[in-house]
Design a protein around this ligand. Structure first.
Ligand code: ATP
Length: 256
């Protein structure tokens, strides 16, 4: 089966900064994959290129079987994204924004789809509010509604639960699990929440300074680094510690 995403030798330079440096990976259809890395590792730049929003310096991206630079209009209507860094137009209400996006994506019953999402994502009480006057957590939920408005087959999520309280964050994760189970959609998500990654993702790509420095399923990485949590694996990889279990202190040693 054709992978939902195929990324080959993707590179993006901003002047002398190589934000993404010769990155290659593929995401099987229906999989959920995490893109992890510390601040400035290149996650947002990668996602922007995967959306066709940013032109690569070199390399190629195929999304749902189409080249994203040459053939983006064949595929963009089957993709969507959410990002805390992209604001909806502030003066329009949440409802107006969602209708505009639904119509831009050619959703046949735009009003019906927005009402359905408002109900499912518990944002009905926000529909008449200006998008610029929402709290950070409310914006995150509205961004998710926008990301799902066209029933995307390929969903790119940049920190989908940023700013959400633990209860709402848990609820959004459950919703994403249901969406995937119902639709078979493929998801690539950048996250700083390691519990979220363990829960949602089949595999993990670890970026450091624009390069993929390790990858595998959460279970494989936990075993490889001899750790109990992805938080510890993340710290090992981000701090360039080698993938081997730490020795237990001998019983007569006093821990420092
Ligand atoms: N438009 C730009 N012009 C110049 N440099 C940029 C630009 N966008 C990103 N960078 C640089 O590219 C590198 C990667 O940034 P990017 O935003 O992709 O990181 P990130 O992994 O998403 O980080 P964070 O977790 O902090 O969101 C950083 O060094 C950043 O300063």
């Amino acid at each position: 089966m054709t992978p939902a995403l195929e990324v080959r030798n993707l590179t993006k330079s901003f002047g002398t900064v190589r934000a993404v440096d010769d990155v290659s990976f593929s995401v099987p259809s229906g999989a959920t994959v995490a893109l992890l890395g510390g601040n400035g590792a290149g996650k947002t730049t990668t996602i922007s290129m995967l959306l066709g929003l940013l032109l690569p310096t070199s390399g190629a991206v195929r999304a749902l079987g189409h080249d994203l630079v040459r053939d983006r209009y064949a595929v963009l209507h089957r993709m969507n994204f959410s990002s805390p860094y992209v604001e909806l137009p502030h003066r329009l209400t949440v409802g107006q924004n969602l209708i505009v996006y639904a119509e831009l994506y050619g959703v046949s019953d735009a009003k019906g789809r927005v009402a359905e999402l408002a109900d499912r994502l518990h944002i009905a009480d926000l529909l008449d509010r200006p998008a610029g006057k929402l709290s950070a957590g409310q914006k995150t939920r509205v961004a998710l509604a926008k990301a799902l408005v066209n029933h995307p087959d390929l969903l790119l999520l940049d920190e989908p639960t940023a700013s959400l309280d633990p209860d709402t964050g848990d609820w959004v994760r459950r919703y994403l699990e249901e969406y995937r189970a119902d639709t078979g959609a493929t998801m690539l998500l950048a996250s700083h929440n390691m519990a979220e990654v363990e829960r949602l993702c089949d595999s993990v790509l670890m970026l450091r300074a624009g390069k993929i420095v390790d990858q595998g399923s959460p279970a494989e990485l936990l075993a490889k680094y001899g750790r109990r949590t992805m938080e510890d694996v993340f710290l090992d990889i981000a701090r360039d510690r080698r993938a081997e279990p730490e020795a237990e202190p001998a019983s007569d040693e006093v821990p420092a």
